[in-house]
Ligand binder design. Structure first.
Ligand SMILES: [Zn+2]
Length: 547
């Protein structure tokens, strides 16, 4: 039972009582106390604001777990510091095991050239090491890693990648750029089943600490699903997961890779057996399939209708054959599965809308309420924008992508196209359903950062003034809906969750600031006071009793 708080959007409700995982009372503290039994746990909120449980409609749980256990090199001020942090980790890692890190940026060092591996290799002789640059587009390997990867003087640069070399000797320096990173990454072993479970557990803990009660996990395979079931059975699954099966061709490291032209046992299994809703005591639902249409904007891989404004001739690339998008969508519709397609560029989005439109026409029985989704929906041609509402397609968007990308997105797209980018206000006005997430670990897990970005379209310092393409700013209520009722709709869960109402799931988040009335700047520093899933406090410690 939550007491002494403020229920968002109400005039005087301060308390919520829960029973058997459901909300049984919303009102005053004295009213709630009538529901107290000997088993009731009281949680005094000291004025915190209770909102419907926050949901991230697009994250990568395993990727987050991996990111959390990597050596954190963000903010290192010299190569020496990178070596120090890495060798410290190596000292506590069994010999021959990989040490992985991320976050270095030589622009922050006094010596701004790319590092070379010698100094690192000297301090880490017994462990292969691979350290990704802050943007993920370059990585530094040590000697042991070069040996395992079989990279030598004679190794050629792969397409779309570069092996940096000593100009005098031609020997690899240890730095691999873009596709060349695959040369090293393909020899890094996949986590075992038990390691995966541990990574998921760690990631889920991070999620509830950030106030999330549910995550739509954008790309899982059978092994990950098995991990979730085991964790739930052991009582180690603190929040709900709405899983999207990794359904096809992807070159994205955060998604379990599946060969789009080969067998996909996870997809095949669920095409045969259909969706599984509310498994693992209601914590796990598997009814969606994740596909990729194109790449990303930052690396100019998003498929555009016209060339990139800052790279004439390059229109990006489609990573899945449009015919396959259509074929898989038809099969999924027939099996009762939802299809969620990653599409960033305006061409990528058009191809998906075309595939969806055709598939919906072919399977009319399943098409009503299919709630097909476009993940990201970042750049839409003006003609395509109204098609989402018309086809009942959910726009699953990530507000923090806009504020992370805004320093360079207009250079990629030019002013006109940028007006149709991250256009959540236009989509909302067109009648489309919005669901919000973060795409963690690409962006921060915190939904508070997402709310701030959706409302302001500003960076953490409040720039640009008024917001980037400020006509797309949302109201606080619209932004909150994206992370609550909108995300619930995208998962067919609106009858059960997404808002605070009697009989609904007791999934709640208590925050130190009221997202509807606080200055948006306050949201970035607001704290999560409690995270409640199925009526149980999964994060937060009650404030001491007042007397
Ligand atoms: Zn993603």
């Amino acid at each position: 039972m939550l007491l002494g708080g403020r229920v968002v959007g109400t005039k005087d409700a301060t308390a919520i009582a829960c029973r058997d995982g459901r909300i049984v009372f919303v009102g005053t503290d004295s009213g709630a106390r009538r529901f107290v039994t000997s088993r009731t746990r009281l949680f005094p909120l000291a004025g915190a604001t209770i909102v419907p449980g926050l949901t991230d409609a697009h994250g990568h749980m395993l990727g987050l777990g991996e990111a959390l256990v990597r050596v954190d090199l963000v903010g290192t001020s010299s190569y020496a510091e990178v070596i120090e942090r890495t060798s410290t980790r190596a000292a506590s890692t069994p010999q021959q095991n990989w040490v992985l890190g991320r976050g270095w940026d030589q622009n922050d060092w006094s010596e701004k050239a790319f590092p070379t591996h010698a100094a690192l290799s000297e301090r880490t002789p017994d462990h292969p090491v691979f350290l990704r640059r802050v943007d993920g587009h370059a990585g530094l390997a040590n000697a042991a890693a070069l040996l395992l990867a079989g990279v030598t003087h004679d190794t050629k640069d792969p397409d779309g990648g570069r092996i940096l070399r000593d100009p005098a000797t031609g020997e690899p320096t240890g730095v691999f750029v873009d596709n060349a990173m695959d040369l090293v990454e393909r020899v890094i072993p996949e986590p075992t089943h038990d390691e995966k479970a541990a990574l998921l557990r760690r990631a889920m803990q991070e999620c509830v600490e950030n106030g999330l009660t549910e995550v739509h996990d954008a790309g899982v395979d059978l092994d990950t699903i098995a991990c979730y079931r085991e964790l739930a059975a052991r009582g180690e699954m603190p929040l709900r997961v709405y899983a999207m099966i990794a359904g096809g061709g992807t070159s994205f490291a955060t998604d379990p890779a599946t060969d789009s032209h080969g067998a996909n046992p996870t997809l095949d299994a669920f095409l045969a057996r259909g969706p599984e809703v509310g498994a693992a005591d209601g914590l796990l639902t598997i009814r969606a399939v994740k596909l990729y249409a194109d790449g990303a904007l930052g690396s100019r891989g998003a498929a555009l209708l016209e060339a990139y404004s800052d790279e004439p001739g390059n229109v990006g690339l489609l990573v899945t054959d449009p015919a396959e998008l259509h074929a898989v969508t038809v099969r999924c519709l027939k099996a009762g599965l939802q299809v969620c397609v990653h599409a960033i560029g305006d061409r990528g989005n058009r191809v998906v809308l075309d595939a969806f439109e055709q598939a919906l026409a072919e399977v009319p029985a399943a098409s009503r309420g299919a709630r097909l989704r476009i993940e990201h929906a970042q750049v839409l041609a003006p003609d395509d924008l109204p098609r989402l509402a018309r086809l009942g397609v959910v726009a699953s968007m990530q507000p923090t992508h806009a504020t992370s990308d805004m320093p360079w997105a207009e250079a990629r797209l030019g002013h006109e196209r940028a007006r149709g980018a991250y256009a959540w206000r236009s989509l909302l006005q067109s009648g489309a359903q919005l669901a919000f997430g973060s795409d963690f670990p690409v962006e921060s897990v915190s939904p508070l950062f997402g709310l701030y970005a959706a409302i302001t379209r500003q960076d953490e310092t409040g720039k640009p003034a008024g917001g980037w393409f400020a006509d797309q700013n949302l109201t606080p209520a619209e932004a909150l809906a994206g992370f609550t009722s909108g995300a619930a709709f995208a998962a067919f869960e609106e009858a059960d969750g997404g808002t605070i109402a009697l009989g609904k799931r007791a999934d709640l988040t208590a925050l130190s600031a009221d997202p509807l009335t606080a200055n948006p700047r306050e949201l970035r520093t607001a704290r999560v006071i409690a995270t409640v899933v199925r009526g149980r406090v999964v994060f937060g410690s009650p404030s001491p009793p007042q007397n």
